[in-house]
Design a protein around this ligand. Structure first.
Ligand code: ATP
Length: 807
């Protein structure tokens, strides 16, 4: 106690990196004068400034002030800062070294499903003691979470990140004026997020007006008598008020952009909410809602019932634990207990001392820095994966957030912008979930690689191929934008070839059909195992193989695979743009077999019902227009559904050519009926029976989608091949990719082979990344030490100069 630590950086020898956050890196270090192990948190002030868009001096002042506050704190369960000083553009905060790191790190490394109850009880009790102390002294932590609960090898638990990170929280007016808010979404109390009303006064008026009209019309129709306007208005107002009172307007109409951040929220009870969320985090290995994108989490925090321990699902936990969590996670903050009161709960009364329950968690684990390095590799792989999947900001910030990083900068305007992009929420969620499943698989894989075998040189089992397939799939996202007219012409030719093939197949005698089906089956069996992510290849397969295969249920099976593994069919979303919307139809309807096959395929497809619904919608709401649009050769109809596609019906039976073109203006696919094949009379479609006329355009569209997908895959793989030739392992090239319609049948095999190669490459890249991280850390350390020496030398020189001058 009372020991003075020097503020001279030369007195500290930085050793390994033991932690990293949004704006800081933490090192194990030796305090040379006493040879004591300490932790030095190096806060990058530049990064802090740019993250927060604040002026440099203000940030530095804040950080310094908060570091000072941190040094005044004196409680066994709160990390205390020994001292802090600025070194170049970094603020160094010297604090006790917690040899086992944070609970989050520990869970990520060894307890992905969470800790057992006795350990949770001890950890939470110690944390609660820290909160009690802070609250009693007028502080609010505001970032309570597993990532900020540190442990040392004796089982001592301390709450960290108070003070320094608090500088990033509100400073009253300053925070408000800058319109930013910092926190971690999953742990944020509902009162920190203020829902707007959902709609404003204008909306209420409009609503009343509409209601009034409704009342008037109803009264006129039912009673054959108009009631007075005054009465009607009163009725409408009462109705609206009751609705608001009963349901709360925000409940029904809250949108992400309506969320406001209550930067003035200074309630200590917000910490109790975060504490409850932390309890769930320790119990499950992750915070509730953590799989959702941040904006969704914020919405769910406001709109959903509070999360909690499920009485059925969480059977392994005691009733008192469940009760305690439920007490913390009450939306009405006034009903939450204070830290002091909560400590009296039976759950904490019965908690074991941490040296008994916490200490045993670290048995057999490698040292902290080794664990951190492994985690870094894992995170880097995840991030790389994310970047490959999408470079958009939201994805990036989500990956940060899943790392458990707390310094989340919320720029309200940014959030609103994000929110406005979140209109098709379900679709986004679906994609996120798909990405999550892919990511979790990747992370498992990376974890196993990094923890068990640092370098996985070959992993070509069925699962391994999952990785391999990502590359073309992910790349397709960007490439989908690049499809040129040339591609489309190529595609068109391919479609024609396929049609001919399909027709000839349809005319084959049954024996031949069976034979081909058997051959195709054998091909599939002898080939590499199909991966669950074979989704995107499916359409190609449909095209590449004969119709008999489709008839033999293989397509149905594969289509099921596609549904089971949407993660990989997602990014190949090009047809989504046209999905079910473009009434493009280059194929002939002749060949009943083909029709049945495509119907099967359609019904198995993810979009089948959507398409069907749209077709139904068109036929119901525009029965004549729908038909006319196809039949009427003289007029030009521009039909738009959901703003996503256009159908021009001008001159439908013109020269054949590409039926699809990309609309530069709306970025969607347009079916240009000018390009419809001559021999496909629109009358044939219009006059065929109801179901067929509804389905045909969509079936045709589906056919095109599959061809586009196939074409995409082929293009992507060949472009990848070109890039990989330079780096191919052992100077070997990836298997050449067959092109052209004649090779369609074997595309699948080649793709599998390439997937395997790509997987190997990923493993090698992981290994390289590992060694590069090592090198980087070593270089960083070297740099720091050199800098220290340089500073020392210049200090010595200065001293010498002064002495020389004096003498
Ligand atoms: N005193 C310490 N001893 C050992 N490890 C520590 C110590 N302080 C921090 N760490 C490790 O470093 C990580 C990052 O530290 P910290 O949370 O303080 O950084 P940050 O940039 O403020 O992060 P955040 O993103 O949570 O705000 C912690 O999760 C923890 O694992």
């Amino acid at each position: 106690m009372g020991k003075n630590y020097s503020v001279n950086p030369n007195d500290y020898k930085l050793l390994e990196e033991v932690g990293y956050g949004a704006s800081a890196t933490v090192y194990r270090a030796i305090y040379l004068p006493s040879n004591e192990v300490v932790a030095v948190k190096c806060l990058d002030l530049d990064r802090c400034n740019s993250n927060l868009n604040l002026d440099e001096v203000a940030v530095q002042d804040d950080i310094r002030r908060e570091a000072q506050t941190m040094s005044l704190i004196d409680h066994p369960n709160v990390i205390k800062a020994f001292c802090s000083f600025v070194v170049d553009s970094n603020l160094w905060v010297v604090m006790p070294f917690m040899a086992e790191g944070s609970c989050l790190h520990l869970m990520k490394i060894a307890y992905p499903e969470g800790f057992e109850e006795s350990a949770i009880g001890s950890i939470l009790k110690e944390t609660l003691k820290a909160l009690e102390y802070l609250h009693l002294h007028g502080h609010i932590h505001r970032d309570v979470k597993a990532g900020n609960i540190l442990m040392d090898s004796d089982g001592v638990v301390k709450l960290a990140d108070f003070g320094v990170s608090a500088c990033m929280f509100d400073r009253g007016d300053r925070q408000r004026s800058r319109n930013t808010f910092v926190g971690t979404p999953c742990w944020m109390a509902p009162e920190v997020l203020q829902p707007g009303t959902g709609y404003d006064f204008k909306w209420v008026l409009l609503h009343i007006l509409i209601l009034s009209c409704g009342f008037m019309i109803r009264s006129a129709l039912c009673l054959h008598n108009w009631i007075s306007i005054k009465k009607v208005l009163v009725h409408a107002c009462i109705y609206e008020l009751t609705h608001c009172l009963l349901f709360g307007s925000h409940v029904t109409s809250l949108r992400p952009k309506d969320i406001l951040f209550n930067s003035e929220c200074t309630s200590r009870l917000a910490d109790i909410w975060s504490f409850g969320i932390t309890a769930l985090e320790l119990a499950h290995g992750h915070a509730p809602f953590s799989k959702y994108p941040p904006m969704k989490v914020l919405l769910m925090t406001i709109q959903n019932a509070p999360p909690g321990l499920d009485y059925d699902r969480d059977k392994r936990f005691s009733k008192s634990f469940k009760e305690m969590v439920a007490m913390c996670l009450v939306k009405d903050q006034t009903k939450r207990p204070t830290a002091e009161k909560l400590l009296k709960h039976s759950f904490f009364k019965n908690a074991k001392p941490p040296e008994l329950s916490v200490k045993k968690l670290f048995v057999d684990l490698p040292p902290l820095w080794k664990r951190v390095k492994d985690l870094q590799v894992k995170d880097a792989a995840q991030l790389a994966l994310k970047n490959m999947a999408s470079a958009d900001q939201e994805a990036m910030s989500q990956s940060e957030y899943q790392r458990g990083v707390s310094a989340w900068n919320f720029d309200v305007e940014d959030l609103k912008l994000q929110a406005s992009l979140l209109q098709d929420e379900d679709e986004i969620l679906e994609i996120k979930e798909e990405e999550d499943s892919l990511k979790s698989y990747m992370s498992q894989k990376v974890a196993s690689n990094s923890m068990v075998k640092p370098v996985a040189t070959s992993n070509n089992n069925g699962r391994g191929n999952t990785n391999g397939n990502e590359v073309p799939v992910l790349e397709s996202q960007t490439n989908e934008e690049k499809i040129s007219d040339t591609n489309l012409t190529e595609f068109d030719n391919k479609v024609e070839t396929e049609i001919k093939k399909a027709e000839s197949n349809a005319e084959l005698p049954p024996s031949m059909v069976e034979k081909e089906a058997a051959q195709a089956k054998t091909r599939n069996q002898t080939g590499r195992p199909r991966q669950s992510q074979s989704g995107p290849l499916m359409p190609g397969t449909v095209l590449g193989h004969s119709l008999c295969e489709i008839e033999n249920h293989q397509v149905a099976d594969k289509a099921q695979q596609v549904r089971k593994a949407p993660s990989f069919s997602g990014p190949l979303n090009l047809p989504n743009r046209a999905s079910g919307n473009s009434l493009s139809a280059p194929i002939k309807s002749s060949g009943g077999n083909y029709f049945i096959c495509v119907v099967k395929q359609l019904l198995n497809s993810r979009y089948a019902w959507k398409m069907f619904a749209e077709a139904h919608y068109m036929s119901v709401f525009f029965p004549q227009g729908f038909k006319d649009s196809l039949e009427d050769k003289s007029k030009t109809n521009l039909v738009q559904i959901k703003g996503r596609f256009s159908v021009t019906s001008e001159n439908v039976d013109l020269v054949k050519g590409s039926p699809l073109r990309k609309s530069a203006s709306v970025g969607s696919w347009i079916f240009d009926s000018k390009q419809m094949p001559q021999n496909q009379s629109p009358k044939e479609i219009g006059n065929s029976n109801g179901l067929a006329s509804i389905l045909m355009p969509h079936l045709q569209n589906l056919f095109q989608q599959t061809s586009i997908q196939q074409d995409l895959i082929v293009n992507l793989l060949s472009s990848l091949q070109a890039v990989e030739v330079e780096n191919a392992p052992q100077n070997g090239k990836l298997p050449p990719l067959p092109r052209g319609s004649e090779s369609n049948g074997s595309v699948e095999l080649f793709v599998s082979e390439r997937e395997r190669m790509l997987l190997m490459k990923i493993s090698q890249l992981q290994a390289r990344m590992n060694s590069l991280t090592d090198e980087l850390t070593a270089e960083k350390l070297k740099y720091m030490q050199l800098q220290q020496r340089l500073n020392a030398a210049s200090a010595r020189q200065e001293n010498g100069d002064t002495r020389g001058g004096d003498s």
